[in-house]
Each structure stands twice: as C-alpha cells, then as structure tokens.
Design a protein around this ligand. Structure first.
Ligand SMILES: Cc1cc2nc3c(=O)[nH]c(=O)nc-3n(C[C@H](O)[C@H](O)[C@H](O)COP(=O)(O)OP(=O)(O)OC[C@H]3O[C@@H](n4cnc5c(N)ncnc54)[C@H](O)[C@@H]3O)c2cc1C
Length: 389
C-alpha cells in the first residue's frame, strides 16, 4: 500500500514535470500488455498489470512506446499492429498491417583470437578479485578492480569490404586484457553460453593463464532477422531469429577482421609481452589448416556472440516505404496518437554502440513532442479566451 501511494504521488509529480506525459515504467513493477484503439484507430488507452491487478490508463493525446527493440514490436503486435498474416494466425484483430518485428539487426562478434603472454599483467580472477584488491578498491578507489569490466581498448577499422564512399568503419575491435579461461569458467563460460565441448577443448588448457583477446564486432551486418509472437500471452517471450551470418558477406568481413587482429597481436607492442596465439583448435574446425580463412570462418560460426544491440524491428522511414513502421516523427503508420521511441526505430545499425544514439533520439523526440504540446496548449488557451469574449 505504501509503495502504491508513493508511486501514485511520484506519477503525479512526473506528470506535472513532463507536461502531462505519464510514464508507465519498469517492467519489474508494471508490465504493459496492450494498447487500446477507438473506432477511428486512435490510441486511447494502455493496459498494464501491476501487483497482479490489471489497470487501464487513458491517454488524452498520445501513447509513446519505449519498450526496446524486442518488446516494442511484441507490444504493437499484441495490440493489432503487425504483419496481417501473422496477426491472423495468432487470432489478433488487425488494426494496422505493418512489417513490425522484421528488419531485426544486431552487432555480433566472434571469439577465438586469444593470445597468451609471459608477464603477470592481465586480468586473472583470483589475482584481481581477492581480499587485498577489494580492500584497496573500497578504501582508496585504486587497483585492478577500477578497470572497465576488462574491455580496456577499442579501435575502429575498415576491412577490405568496407564501403569506401561511406564515412564509417565496418569493424569495432574490443580489446580485453584476458580470455574466457582467465576466470576458470566462473562467469565468461556462462554469460557467453560457451558449449561444453568448446570450453574443454579450447579454453580448459589455459585456465588462469595470463592472456589478452581481440573481439572484432561486425558493425554493419547485412544479415537481417525477425521476431514474431509466440502466443497472445504478453508474458510469453517472442520467437527471435536473428539470422546471424546468413548473408555471405558478413562472414567474409569477420574473417578479414580476425586476420587483422591476429597481425595486431604480433606487432612489437604486444610481442614485448611474449604474445603468442592460443594453440588449441576449435571443435568442428579440425579439418581446416589453422588460421586459414576457412578455419577462421569456422571459428566465427562456432563462437558467435551478441553484443546486445538489437535494433530495427519498428523501422523508421518514409511513410510510403512499405518496409517502414513509423514515419520520421516516429508516429506509427495507419493509426493515430501512437509513437515508438527506442532502438527499434533505427532503420540500420550505427557504427558504434547503441545506447548514446538511442538517448539522442529520445531527447530529440522529447523536444519535438514538448514543442507540439506547447502549440496545443496555446491553441486551447486561444479557443477558451475566444469563447469567453
Ligand atoms: C547486457 C547489455 C549490455 C549493453 N552494453 C552496452 C554498452 O556498453 N554500450 C551501449 O551503448 N549499449 C549497450 N547496450 C545496449 C543498450 O543498452 C541499448 O541499445 C539501449 O538500452 C536501448 O534502449 P531502448 O530504450 O531501446 O531499450 P531499453 O533500454 O531496453 O528500454 C526498454 C525498457 O522497457 C521496459 N519494458 C519492456 N517491455 C515492457 C512492458 N511490456 N511493460 C513495461 N515495461 C517494459 C524494459 O524493462 C526497459 O526498461 C547493452 C545492452 C545489454 C542488454
């Protein structure tokens, strides 16, 4: 009850601060399940569950969906906005037939480019995460625990496949002062979802050894996936098929980038630490000559990881373009009073991480919506003063 009251006052406070914009935030406490439309296809209300109760909040002007590239398309489809055939298959009445959930793109990287070194300068879990280092960090804010989660360097390169006329690179290299073997299998193995066989064959021989790794991230993938509803239940995770590496050029770019990383690790700057490539072979790639293009392609297909940058599932663009879901002002096509503002509207991936661009888009859209709100208020004020005269 106390929490509910606090939330209520916070909601009123935020509503005043945000000029009438009421946020329904945090999936842990509220779960939006549907947007309601009237007969004119105007978004009129939002339905959500909170504390096991279903609530419906009416929207006077518009609804803004910012549930991210996975949940925004899910919510739109649950509300009747999506590919007609798929909605019919799910038994959902179609409000607007749009390519929601298609155009899913993501940044991925291959594992496999790891180097051993001779000096005790890399991140090894027992060396970094012990009582002395924890005390040093807590008392002085110093020591290896101040590192940025192990990603100590970033570099952008153009592979030979990069678009020469474009002003962006096609690969971002993450430099890690360690390898999956450096934590003895406590974290990396689990969060990267490494297969047991790969772990045993490639990484177990190097447990807790000093090492570093390069992870080249494919910035402009040509492979495009999709997501669709698993069911009409808003709590069921959608079916996601990212179709990683299905476009033939993506694997070529990654192989070129891996070759660059191998050469980089053999430059004098790294050689002075005794840098040499891991000698273990990836399972399933044994029949290729080690470090050949075919071997690297096999490694990239065996150890493919996401960097968690999904975008594109509510594509923004020209309203006349049949592949778009929202117009340049992020208004959902075919309905009124509904916008999507999050990573899902990006038509294609940026050559870098996605958080800052999403914040930038949201700031820009907030300015546009607030200025539209000011015009709306002015008009209402004029109407009221005219009717009084
Ligand atoms: C593990 C991880 C690491 C990352 N690291 C980086 C990084 O280092 N740098 C970087 O630039 N980017 C990083 N990203 C990507 C970045 O976080 C995203 O690009 C960015 O947050 C996208 O913003 P968004 O607003 O589209 O979605 P989100 O930030 O995902 O926001 C969506 C919100 O909607 C809520 N929500 C979803 N569905 C519902 C619902 N039905 N009802 C109510 N609420 C709902 C979610 O709980 C969430 O709070 C990382 C992502 C992950 C997952």
């Amino acid at each position: 009850m106390k929490e509910t009251l606090c939330d209520f006052f916070l909601l009123i406070y935020l509503s005043i601060q945000l000029q009438g914009i009421i946020p329904i935030w945090n999936a842990e406490t509220c779960w939006m399940s549907q947007i309601h439309f009237d007969a004119m296809k105007k978004a009129r209300a939002v339905e959500f569950d909170r504390l096991r109760l279903t609530h419906v909040v009416s929207a006077r002007r518009e609804v803004i969906v910012s549930a991210g590239a996975i949940n925004s398309p899910q919510l739109l489809m649950l509300s009747g906005i999506g590919p007609r055939d798929h909605l019919r298959e799910m038994g959902i009445p179609v409000v607007s037939d749009l390519p929601v959930g298609l155009n899913l793109q993501d940044h991925i990287y291959p594992g496999g480019v790891h180097f051993l070194i001779d000096q005790p300068i890399s991140i090894i879990q027992p060396r970094v995460f012990n009582l002395v280092e924890i005390t040093k960090y807590l008392s002085m804010g110093k020591g290896p625990l101040t590192t940025l989660g192990g990603v100590e360097g970033l570099g952008f390169i153009n592979t030979k496949y990069a678009n020469a006329s474009a002003d962006y690179p096609d690969i971002e290299i993450h430099f890690l002062s360690g390898a999956p073997s450096a934590d003895g299998g406590q974290t990396f193995l689990r969060v990267q979802g490494l297969a047991d066989e790969m772990w045993r064959q490639v990484y177990m021989p190097y447990l807790y050894r000093d090492s570093f790794s390069f992870y080249p991230v494919l910035l402009r993938p040509k492979s495009v996936g999709y997501l669709k509803l698993r069911s009409r239940n808003p709590y069921d995770h959608p079916i996601i098929d990212p179709k990683y590496l299905t476009h033939p050029e993506d694997i070529l770019v990654l192989v070129d980038a891996m070759k660059f990383c191998i050469q980089l690790g053999q430059t004098p700057a790294f050689k002075k630490f005794g840098a040499r490539l891991f000698g273990t072979v990836f399972p399933g790639c044994e029949h290729y000559a080690m470090w050949s293009d075919e071997y690297l392609a096999c490694v990239a297909r065996t150890y493919t990881a996401t960097i968690y940058h999904p975008i594109g599932t509510c594509k923004m663009g020209h309203p006349g373009d049949p592949t778009t879901v929202v117009d340049p002002l992020l208004r959902v096509k075919g309905v009124h009073g509904l916008r999507v503002v999050d990573a899902s509207v990006m038509p294609s991936l940026v050559s870098g991480n996605t958080n800052a661009p999403v914040i930038m888009m949201a700031e820009r859209m907030a300015d546009i919506i607030k200025s539209a709100g000011a015009i709306y208020k002015k008009r209402r004020y004029k109407r009221r003063t005219r009717s009084k005269r």
